[in-house]
Design a protein around this ligand. Structure first.
Ligand code: ANZ
Ligand code: ZN
Length: 821
């Protein structure tokens, strides 16, 4: 018989879907189910990671649509960014043409995969219609004080010739242990980091830059994570870690130098304050800078550490002393590279007895080690040779002696010199990029008025024509640069930095809601009704960057009054990695498989059947070919039925089993779709298809039940193998499109099966019950088939809970069958 070949039919069905507007979300919908996959970066073609991501959202979107929801499942293009500029450079074209070519290619790819999007809502971030709103939002943020401009020591990639955000500086792969790791680290740990795009070693430079004040939201973003129950714990932990909230105290040490009366040190261990034997300032501390002005040695030291990656435990003693606020002792004051400019207050009280770094510093500079805390479990310490870093009981701490660390931290805070303080590792978001292919920052620099935001009526500031230069092409666009000041009309110049592309993706989920809205980036009423995104699916590499920025934008927009919402995404799924020969599949590793190599629908089926969406899985030819066989099995069942099967119109006893299995399968599959366990959906469908095959082979099938079974089969598989399902639907002579048909419903009350299913779930003891549920009086072959199926199920269930139980379960199920057989 004929084989199923999706390539022959996909164009036909895509057109049929499009003609019927199957995937269009009605603008007047109340609160559609919003299913979103992270939009792709327009890099040229789709890879397996995209396919997996979009197969998940498409399956869920199609399922919810058939179940009766209005569904919003949009798609667009993350189209700005340095890689397009690099690619254009290599190919001697311009970023725009290159990007448009990529979009065409990728759109074709998506279509071929059978993904169903509401293309009427397509957005492309490099369109002025889109990026004008980046600029508009920038000016709104500006007015609200959420934009800062200032000199900053920034991460500079000498190869890309641009600034990188902290989060875009990664640990080089060969570094075994560094303080900076992608996802948690900060470049302010100095040196060693590499550019996330090109892998070149990152340098530090001082430049005037634009920032979004995300730190204003540190506290909210941190605590908001507690509410995000639909997000994986791993992502929430990464964000907590990234925000790096620390509770502690600021302690004032008086130094009495010029207008620097006191220096405040931030500590998380106020209980160790009696162990402080020196005070250390970061090289960028205001006081350090002031001292450098009059002291050559200090100036030289500050200069030298600024230019090195590895200042280690170096430091320089100053002429100052600091008065310890609790003991009135005079402590030496150092400038030390291990004290970081932008952590806490940029100054630490050095406690060599209880802190590793302070201990190392004291070793290096011959400073005393003074114990203040002793262990309470009698374990003893190795002081002064090694610090004791745990909590304990205070010792040599004056009136605080004998207190436990935690209690001491509170009591010590009552002192006038100490103050409760919270610090964050989170830095403001540096959005300036010295590149062409991005949204021009809408600012005009005027000699008299300073920097002036471009007024709303002059937006968008469109990109000038592309010219290839080594530095920033916008700097070279002389004509474009020259303008007049919006405030005073004098000659002025445009800002030539463009925005980090992460700005584009921080609110794109809002633009999809009203993509053609003309008076604002989105229609607030629709947004308030349609948000949050019900399910957001994407790679875990976005755990901190992108997923923190969309949370920040949502809160900032709500504070500005453009939105009324705290969190943008209800449920987040990080899809796992597709591996090949044990490594992540990727072009650069040369182990990638093009999505079309084995047929689009086979690939789609395979990526969903291989594992739970959040699990990694290995690409194997064997599994791919079973995904192929699966389609053929389903197709054959239908063609055999329509071509040659003789049916019965009167029902027989054993048909009841089929009826029940149909209902049970619907209930089970529905539940698995609800839980995004598509691998189990496919498992259930496979089992069901086997049963149908055996049923039809046993006797002439009962027309009513069997045709229903096949229809249900087509319906259940439609979200996963949509072309195949349409073919089956058509062969079965059903009206319309399966994509628009109603989700299959059980004839019997689903609750009954739910209960049955729960029975099945309760392992061992219940294997007995399972066989009772089967309740076989006069077994025939079909019943044995069903019983065998139950047995298999019981075996699987038992095996999942306990490998030993599995054997027992199997024996019991066997016995039950024997008894009846
Ligand atoms: C005194 C002290 C005693 C500290 C002690 C710790 C242990 P962690 O270590 O991650 O908990 N710190 C504060 N500002 C700093 C800066 N700008 N650069 C480098 N280090 C800085 O972080 C909190 C500790 O980091 C703070 O508590 C401070 O050292 C140090 F037994 O103060 B602690
Ligand atoms: Zn002016």
């Amino acid at each position: 018989s004929r084989r199923y070949d999706h390539a022959r039919v996909q164009e036909y069905w895509q057109q049929a879907w499009e003609r019927d507007g199957v995937f269009e979300c009605p603008t007047d919908a109340d609160d559609p189910t919003y299913v979103l996959g992270m939009f792709p970066y327009t890099s040229g073609s789709l890879h397996m990671g995209h396919i997996r991501n979009y197969a998940i959202t498409d399956a869920y979107a199609r399922y919810r649509r058939m179940a009766g929801d209005d569904v919003l499942h949009p798609m667009g293009w993350d189209a700005f960014g340095l890689p397009a500029e690099n690619a254009a450079y290599e190919r001697n074209t311009d970023p725009e043409s290159w990007t448009r070519t990529c979009i065409d290619q990728m759109k074709d790819d998506l279509r071929e995969m059978g993904f169903g999007y509401d293309w009427s809502r397509e957005i492309t971030t490099c369109d002025p219609e889109y990026y004008q709103w980046n600029q508009w939002l920038f000016t709104q943020f500006y007015d609200e004080g959420l934009v800062d401009y200032g000199a900053a020591t920034v991460n500079w990639c000498p190869d890309c010739e641009t600034v990188l955000a902290d989060a875009q500086v990664e640990t080089p792969p060969e570094a075994d242990e560094g303080e900076t790791t992608a996802g948690t680290g900060h470049s302010h740990t100095h040196g060693g980091g590499v550019c996330w795009r090109c892998g070149t070693g990152v340098e530090q430079r001082d430049l005037d830059q634009w920032f979004f004040a995300i730190t204003d939201y540190a506290e909210e973003l941190y605590h908001g994570l507690d509410e995000l129950e639909g997000w994986p714990d791993g992502v929430r932990d990464s964000q907590r870690n990234w925000i790096g909230r620390q509770e502690g105290a600021r302690v004032a040490f008086s130094v009495g130098y010029d207008d620097h009366d006191t220096v405040e040190a931030f500590t998380t261990r106020l209980d160790t304050v009696y162990g402080a034997t020196y005070l250390a300032l970061s090289p960028g501390h205001d006081l350090a800078r002031a001292l450098a002005e009059t002291n050559d040695a200090v100036a030289e030291y500050v200069e030298s550490v600024a230019n090195t990656d590895d200042a280690g435990m170096s430091g320089i003693e100053t002429d100052l002393t600091a008065t310890h606020p609790y003991t009135d002792e005079e402590l030496p004051v150092y400038i030390a590279a291990y004290v970081l400019d932008d952590v806490g207050t940029g100054a630490v009280m050095g406690v060599p007895a209880h802190n590793e770094r302070d201990h190392a510093f004291a070793d290096e500079h011959g400073l005393p080690v003074q114990q203040a805390v002793e262990p309470v479990d009698g374990s003893g310490t190795d002081l002064p040779h090694a610090p004791y870093t745990g909590d304990g009981m205070l010792t040599d701490s004056g009136e605080y002696d004998g207190l436990a660390s935690a209690a001491a931290r509170e009591r010590l805070r009552e002192h006038d010199a100490a103050e409760e303080a919270v610090t964050y590792r989170l830095r403001d978001w540096l959005i300036s990029r010295q590149r062409y292919w991005g949204t021009p920052i809408p600012i005009v620099h005027c000699d008299d008025c300073g920097h002036v935001p471009v007024p709303e009526e002059d937006l968008p500031v469109e990109l000038p024509e592309y010219v290839q230069t080594t530095g920033n092409p916008l700097d070279a666009a002389e004509e474009w640069k020259q303008t007049t000041c919006p405030d005073c009309g004098a000659d002025a110049v445009r800002e030539t930095d463009t925005m980090d592309t992460f700005v584009d993706s921080s609110w794109y989920f809002l633009r999809y809601l009203s993509p053609h809205f003309e008076s604002a980036p989105f229609d607030q009423q629709t947004a308030d009704e349609w948000l949050p995104v019900d399910v957001y699916v994407g790679g875990e590499e976005h755990a901190v960057l992108h997923l923190l920025y969309i949370r920040f934008f949502t809160r900032a927009l709500s504070d500005i009054g453009l939105l009324d919402r705290e969190e943008p995404v209800e449920r987040l799924i990080n899809q796992g990695t597709v591996l090949h020969s044990g490594e992540k599949m990727s072009k650069s590793k040369g182990n990638d498989i093009a999505p079309h190599e084995y047929g689009a629908e086979t690939t789609r089926l395979f990526v969903l059947s291989a594992a739970h969406p959040s699990q990694d899985f290995e690409w194997t030819v064997k599994d791919v070919s079973s995904a192929y066989d699966f389609q053929q099995t389903l197709y054959r069942l239908v063609t055999e039925y329509t071509n040659q099967t003789e049916t019965r119109t009167e029902s027989a006893d054993h048909d009841a089993y089929l009826e029940r299995e149909i209902d049970r399968t619907i209930a089970a599959v529905t539940e698995e779709y609800d839980r995004f366990r598509f691998h189990r959906v496919i498992g259930e469908i496979q089992r069901f298809a086997r049963l149908l095959g055996r049923y039809a082979g046993y006797d002439r099938p009962y027309q009513f039940a069997y045709s229903r079974g096949l229809r249900v089969l087509a319906g259940l598989v439609a979200p996963i193998a949509p072309f195949l399902a349409e073919e089956m639907w058509q062969l079965l002579d059903e009206d319309g499109l399966v994509a628009e048909s109603r989700w299959p419903e059980p004839l019997r009350d689903v609750e009954d099966y739910r209960i049955e299913r729960q029975v099945v779930r309760r392992t061992l003891d219940d294997v007995r019950e399972i066989t009772e549920v089967v309740d076989i009086d006069e077994p025939n072959e079909i019943e044995l088939v069903v019983a065998a199926d139950w047995k298999y199920r019981a075996y699987e269930i038992a095996r999942e809970s306990d490998p030993d139980d599995a054997i027992v379960g199997e024996i019991m199920a066997d016995e039950a069958i024997k008894q009846h057989g």
